[in-house]
Design a protein around this ligand. Sequence first.
Ligand SMILES: Nc1ncnc2c1ncn2[C@@H]1O[C@H](COP(=O)(O)OP(=O)(O)OP(=O)(O)O)[C@@H](O)[C@H]1O
Length: 744
Amino acid sequence: MTDELVEREVAAEQAFVDRVYAQMEHAASAAAELAREGHSRGRLGHEGGLVERDAMVFQAAKRIAQLDAAHEGLVFGRLDMDAALDPAPRYVGRIGLRDGDRNSLLIDWRAPAAAVFYQATAADPQQVLRRRVLRSAGRSVVGVEDELLDAEGLAAAEEQGRELPIIGEGALMAQLSRARDRSMHSIVATIQAEQDKAIRAPSRGVVSISGGPGTGKTVVALHRAAYLLYSDRQRYERGGVLVVGPSGVFMRYIERVLPSLGETAVALRSLGEVVNEVRATRHDEPAVADVKGSARMAELMRRLARQQAPGSPTEFRVFWRDDRLVLDRGKLGQIRRQLMSQGMRNKQVPRVAQALLDALWRQVRGERGREQGRERFNDDMLSRPDFLEFAAAWWPPLDAPAVLCWLREGELLARIADGLLSGEEQRLLAKSWSTLDPNRPISPQISIEDVPLLDELRYALGDVPARTEDERDDPMALIEGAVDINELMTAADREFSSGRGWRPPTNSIEDDGYAHVLIDEAQDLTPMQWRMVGRRGRTASWTIVGDPAQSSWPEPAEAAAARAEALDRKQVHEFHLSTNYRNSAEIYAHAAAYAQRVGLDADLPDAVRRTGAEPKDVVLGPGAGSAQLEAATREAVLELAGAVSGTVGIVVPVARRSEVNAWLASWPELAQDAPGARAAAVDSATTPSGEDRVVVLTGLDTKGLEFDGIVVVRPQEIEDESATGRATLYVVLTRATQLLTTIS
Ligand SMILES: Nc1ncnc2c1ncn2[C@@H]1O[C@H](COP(=O)(O)OP(=O)(O)OP(=O)(O)O)[C@@H](O)[C@H]1O
């Protein structure tokens, strides 16, 4: 293959790409013009949806241009088909585009007509002679990678005068060898056939994608979200798509994939952010996390939601006509149970006054009182400030954060945990919650493991009835107006959001549901987390992604039961991915040998890319001091940072995180590469962010991520850190694309 030939082919593709961009700009300015007109007429899109579509193309194109200019182009694929079918090439891109005569110029990768681009193989070419991937930098085509699918067909076509040379070493290998940065990139150009099947699976029920490390589960699931939005935009954009991943670092890692595919109507939430307006970023220590994740916590929260609010009045006395009326502790307990049996606690707020009045009226025995009648009695009571104040204080509307804070009282915790949790479990929880403060915002106070508990409480309590400013200080409003105002509020929210597109989240449990729920790293969800996400997907279709061998949850059977409940008998379609695209074959062989040695029941994919670089193990032994460990770490990190052009991760035991961050911050050679290390050394809760090329992470932080080089400090300590430490270390050993060094 001559350079001249390559240049000629690239130039020909460039001419086509230029034409696409010119057409896109034309469509975009036409759409912008029409949109301006459309707005002045009140609404867009009356002309048979045409204008709306062009406007969408415009928006999508704008985002693509902004986000991924440097990496993947708008046009990335070309198919040359059997002449009998179509002698003209077909181009595939990240969005679809038509020319001035409304003929197809570029096929959206998600359109049925593009499926063949991914599904054709040499064994089953589906009338494709040659598949070409265009590599671009911004608007410039920098190379092409071809795959010959039907040699005989190609020869016949060339005899008829079509020129179809085969260039490059295959797009996949080129793509897999690229340096990694801090974001995941789309794989539209090189989706493999088995992945494509999962991406395009029908939208009903549950699509479950399993496979070992690096098989593309995450990236495939994200492409599936984009596919669903394309195939049923109405349903998914309106109902919303929720993507849940393990951590904030992970969400930042994947956040560009969907926008780079032109989609932003997706809520990306880490497990600490699933509940609207709550954001937890810290994990509890493993022993505490295990208790908080257990299904028994649902019962604990149910019991908690039924408790008398601490500090609320326990008795009410009043004289009326000739009677002394008393609601004592026992009587109030009865009324409380009766109200609770009618549904969520906050929903009963408007019924409280009535229930109290009923109980008081039953005590009216005197003739004078009975004669005046119930109506008069009600009027008298409802005009007494002491009664109104009592009612408001005895049954206040409660929000979940306030109720969670009740748990700082060890005594209350012990009472409701009786028979449910062991003494040791109670002690762990009491310690973890002892500093909760209802007067401070809840998010910074709670852990990721507390969030599902908060959600459980929200559902046990029901929404807090909304009140206007004026009513806030008026006890009367609480009793008489609450229901109506609540209904008005919800109606207003709906009205506000009735336009096109995804609704902004409100804080009502009524609005928690989504049209599609996508769970990544699903093997790690605790039973309580399954309950939390389950509530958001009652009527949704689902995509669930995971690898059981990477699980860090010690009770798989309990989690499986909670998962089944969350999915509520929806039909499950299973897909399995079998090729590891991340690790070099050398690195994965090392990780797989570890998994087998420690007895993990691992799903072992094939790693296809050889680099010739074997993983390295630097052995210091247990006696080595801190200075020695630092020296060895420094040497390894510098070596890797020098050898790869992308990212380097230093993975450490939790207890060493600040220490290693401080080391990293003090190494002058890496000052440019790791400016965040200094901050992370001071605040050990800080997780790496931004664009640092070299970062320090704990084993659990690395879930779902990848780096060009990984240095593991003291792997044995990571393994010993928790009951599932072996699975965590296996995850760590499968994060590197090029180089891996362990310092044991
Ligand atoms: N078809 C493909 N073409 C190019 N790159 C791919 C392809 N499939 C996967 N990859 C790349 O392989 C890497 C691993 O993908 P991903 O993180 O989705 O795997 P995973 O199965 O979720 O991994 P893990 O379970 O280990 O976290 C990513 O860099 C991804 O872009």
